[in-house]
Design a protein around this ligand. Sequence first.
Ligand SMILES: NC(=O)c1ccc[n+]([C@@H]2O[C@H](COP(=O)([O-])OP(=O)(O)OC[C@H]3O[C@@H](n4cnc5c(N)ncnc54)[C@H](O)[C@@H]3O)[C@@H](O)[C@H]2O)c1
Length: 311
Amino acid sequence: MISSGLGQLGVECAKYLRNKYGRENVILSDIIKPTEEIIKDGPYIFVDILDFKGLQKIVVDHRVDWLIHFSALLSAIGEQNVPLAVRVNIEGMHNVIELAKQYKLRIFVPSTIGAFGPDSPRNPTPNITVQRPRTIYGVSKVHAELLGEYYFYKFGLDFRCLRFPGVISSDPPGGGTTDYAIAVFHDVLRKGSYQCYLRPDTRLPMMHVRDALRALSEYLEVPNERLNRRVYNVTSMSFTPEELTEKMFKYVPEFNITYKPDSRQEIADSWPQVFDDSEARRDWDWKPEVDLDNLVKIMVKEVKEKIADGC
Ligand SMILES: NC(=O)c1ccc[n+]([C@@H]2O[C@H](COP(=O)([O-])OP(=O)(O)OC[C@H]3O[C@@H](n4cnc5c(N)ncnc54)[C@H](O)[C@@H]3O)[C@@H](O)[C@H]2O)c1
């Protein structure tokens, strides 16, 4: 089961895992009313991550054995509603970790570059280092990482976690600090211009969604004996808004970018610039495939298709 699966990552993740494990074997869940297309794609059920009994019922009724826990208010959105972020990100995590323990589920929880803060080394940021994030999103993710590790050592729970960088796909993003790298394609291809909320030289680690899902899927299958950690950094590349838009000129010869940094700049300035994923590469042979040139090519094609489809 994928919890909170109707966001940027969940829908694609369900497609990816259904291809691998069969349509009926992957259940998507969220609190949002699904589209026709979602229903056609495979099983979908309502579940509020704050409702422990509701979660229990689904695990029992559907004999769930593996939980991919995507529920979270992301960095920028979380700062706008801290009490709700505390509930969804922290209480939600308490619910699923207890559930996983009670029903012996394997559990995957994504973390983020946002789990680091201004005291962390930023270039590169190693797997194990100082983590003092300054957003509620980051604080809740450090909490999730530590709680998961604790349940692994204390109860033998098969908890796995990857710290993703900004994930780029043509689907609408959920309110994170790296979203500009998606919005720029939509605005440039629709309107010929984009106003970026980060400075042109803001370097952040990024990854195309194909690599993110392949990392997730490969990591889930690694035998426990090969894992030296339960939490791994993964990444594909790092770039700035200026470097990204430079590459876009190959496909869109004329467009206009302006810069008007807002509160997200402060968040980005406290995050890793270059992410060190050497431990994932060493322990389970992680290797990214989509580089910046490829990412731009894929995004231009997919966003153009979305526009042609009227999305
Ligand atoms: N997208 C990225 O760039 C990125 C990067 C690093 C880590 N991650 C992590 O991956 C996960 C998925 O991210 P995403 O970008 O798909 O998020 P998203 O914001 O697009 O989707 C989050 C989903 O949570 C659902 N939700 C909110 N409150 C809920 C509740 N009470 N009960 C059930 N569902 C609820 C929403 O309906 C939404 O569909 C998150 O945990 C995020 O921290 C994402």
